[in-house]
Design a protein around this ligand. Structure first.
Ligand code: NAD
Length: 326
């Protein structure tokens, strides 16, 4: 089948493209190479059925050309990464909303099976209380913070993307699924846009201090990109997922201090672990969540058990990849 992947030169997109090509599919990558890299596509160079188009998802003509004859559209292109989102609030909102609007219109015209990338950020401040034990369910109400705090602009842009996708499903019968990714990590993810695990590993390998924001007791759940890709393929093949919003991630928590310690162990680094106030890293008024654990019940009910590897093996993979680059 012919698949279009917007943002296909990015971290998740390039892994998905490789898996699809390995499965015998034709893949068109549409990317503006803003955060994506040609090196991510090295394994696909010269492969039959692979087309790479440099252009923006905000351009309807380019999107229409990329989607010509496509049966499946996977929309991953977005402005993403806490640092980018804080530094470029206009781009974040316009790129994520306008781009999704253009892609969904093209997909609807084709009636293509469609996935759009959403995020755990849409849950906003849910579960921010230290004593809350609940996991985040797709049918929970969301609690996005005030408009003067920039990170909520990213959350809101992705929430709007979900609204649009579901609107296309009901009004145009588009077979679309919105995926709420929870901290997907692995080889090819870069630390420069604020992603925590590559940032820690880069610092440890360079012998620089590993900077942990806040008091380090906040936790997250990390999902290996290879596991995410396996689940994405299963979702694409599942008619029951049409018109649905799905959490995708791991439900195994780790605190940022424990993650930093694990990175130090796995790199053998002597780097100090230093706490850095949120304000110093992101300016005043930054708000962070103590915990963010997905409820994976809906995903498992639709697709059965999904692969979730443990954090230490993920850290090892990321360390090995970072070492291979130097
Ligand atoms: P990434 O930055 O590696 O990938 C995004 C890709 O989109 C890049 O290749 C970039 O060049 C491209 N892009 C950006 N704007 C574009 C435009 N206007 N036109 C064409 N291409 C454009 O990030 P990723 O981690 O692979 O994220 C992929 C998707 O998953 C994003 O939509 C992101 O919001 C979502 N997501 C990722 C995570 C995660 O943990 N990695 C978590 C939640 C949501």
């Amino acid at each position: 089948m012919h698949h279009v992947i917007t943002g296909g030169a990015g971290f998740i997109g390039s892994h998905l493209a490789e898996a699809l090509v390995a499965g015998g599919h034709a893949v068109t990558v549409l990317d503006d190479f803003s955060t994506g890299r040609r090196a991510n596509l090295a394994a696909l160079e010269g492969r039959a059925g692979v087309t790479v188009i440099e252009g923006s998802v905000q351009d309807p003509a380019v999107v229409a050309r990329a989607c010509e004859g496509a049966e499946v559209v996977v929309h991953l292109a977005a402005t993403v990464g806490v640092k980018l989102v804080i530094d470029r609030p206009v781009e974040t909102l316009v790129n994520n909303v306008r781009g999704t609007e253009v892609v969904l219109e093209a997909a609807s015209r084709l009636g293509a099976r469609t996935l759009i990338a959403s995020t755990s950020e849409v849950y906003g401040k849910l579960m921010s209380g230290p004593s809350s034990q609940a996991s985040l369910r797709e049918d929970d109400d969301i609690l996005i913070g005030r408009t003067s705090v920039r990170r909520w602009g990213y959350a809101c842009s992705k929430a709007l993307d979900e609204f649009l996708a579901l609107a296309h499903a009901t009004e145009h019968g588009l077979p679309v699924t919105a995926i709420r990714f929870f901290n997907t990590v692995g080889p090819r993810q870069l630390g420069e846009y604020g992603m925590v695990l590559p940032r820690f590993v880069e610092a440890a390998l360079a012998g620089r201090p590993i900077r942990v924001h806040g008091d380090g007791t906040q936790s997250r759940c990390f999902h290996h990109v290879a596991d995410s890709v396996q689940s994405l393929l299963a979702i694409l093949a599942s008619p029951a997922a049409h018109g649905q919003v799905l959490n995708l991630g791991s439900d195994r928590e780790i605190t940022m201090l424990d993650l930093a310690t694990m990175v130090r162990e796995e790199t053998g680094s002597a780097s100090a672990i230093e706490l850095e106030p949120y304000e110093a890293a992101f300016g005043s008024g930054f708000e962070d969540m103590r915990r963010r654990v997905p409820d994976l019940g809906k995903l498992r009910a639709l697709l059965g058990p999904q692969p979730v590897r443990d954090v230490r093996s993920i850290v090892r993979d990321v360390v090995a990849w970072q070492r291979s680059r130097t």
